[in-house]
Design a protein around this ligand. Sequence first.
Ligand code: AQP
Length: 335
Amino acid sequence: MNKKIILSGAQPTSNKLTLGNYIGAMKNWIKFQEGHDGIFFVADLHSLTVKQDPKTFRDQVYSALATYLAVGIDPQKSLVFVQSQVPEHSELAWILNCFSSMGELSRMTQFKEKSQKVGKNIPAGLFTYPVLMAADVLIYDTDLVPVGIDQKQHIELTRDIAVRMNQYFGIDLFKIPQPFIPEIGAKIMSLQDPISKMSKSDPVENATIFLSDSDTQITKKIKKCVTDSGDQITYSDSSPGIMNLINIYACLTGESTNSIVERYRGKQYGHLKVDTADVVVRFISPIRSEIDKIMQDRGYLDKIMAEGAIRASARAEVVLNKVYDTVGLPSRLRR
Ligand code: AQP
């Protein structure tokens, strides 16, 4: 029986990926790579939608790839590659752009939020990036896309474009993908503003835990995290900072949120902070060492990147060739 195809990626927008990226998405990539056909890519073209420093950007791409390997993505089991090295994604994105509307793209929450941050001269890429994401997904006949809740709307858009083109051409051109969103941890919050998402590009000090943070940095960030002024440890929307810590704790240990709340009944916020910091340190410390080790060996990363690109292109061109034929373009030349 054919294995279900699972695909996901993260943007190397900053030097390191975050605990939010791990809990919301990557944790499930690792789970799914067993028993599924896993495809995991570094979404470097997406990162260009906001300004990147060319002096550091390439390192960020390598670092994201090293992080995938360090958290347990195995290139022997899954297809691992860097998006910019597989030009078929951009080719398909252009065609999908021609079947997407300005109206639906302007409704994307991420576009509204990120364009507000940019202010003037909003790059067109920020507007059309969900279409490139649709191409990333559709080009591999993907079944399931494990993502955090912030990406759900983009997967819905991907489905809409696929259904629209299938109906327009009257054939099953694209497989219709489903999002996979974890019950707990789909949105890990900023440690300084627990009603906003933890983000790698957040400039606020101590808001984000990176998978590269030192033990001291992690402990400091969690101890300083913003909570309400109450003293009862409860799992409720009225205590978003505490709920966020409980979610982090639960996702990294596997303990249920109920059991955590029960165990901390009558204890103070400080106890939960200290213990959560300990759990996060124990989780991140070996990953950080592994990232550092892998980053020393550029040759190894170049090999993974080159092999992944060849395998990904070979797979991507199957759907892309079909799309060329379906829309009536001359057949794609084999080079
Ligand atoms: N805080 C989060 N909680 C749960 N899941 C999250 N994800 C991101 N932040 C959280 C999920 O991680 C995957 C990769 O995200 P991305 O790199 O493609 O972009 P993003 O969603 O825009 O993530 P960031 O960290 O907020 O990056 P920047 O600052 O560059 O915009 C996705 O599945 C995402 O849902």
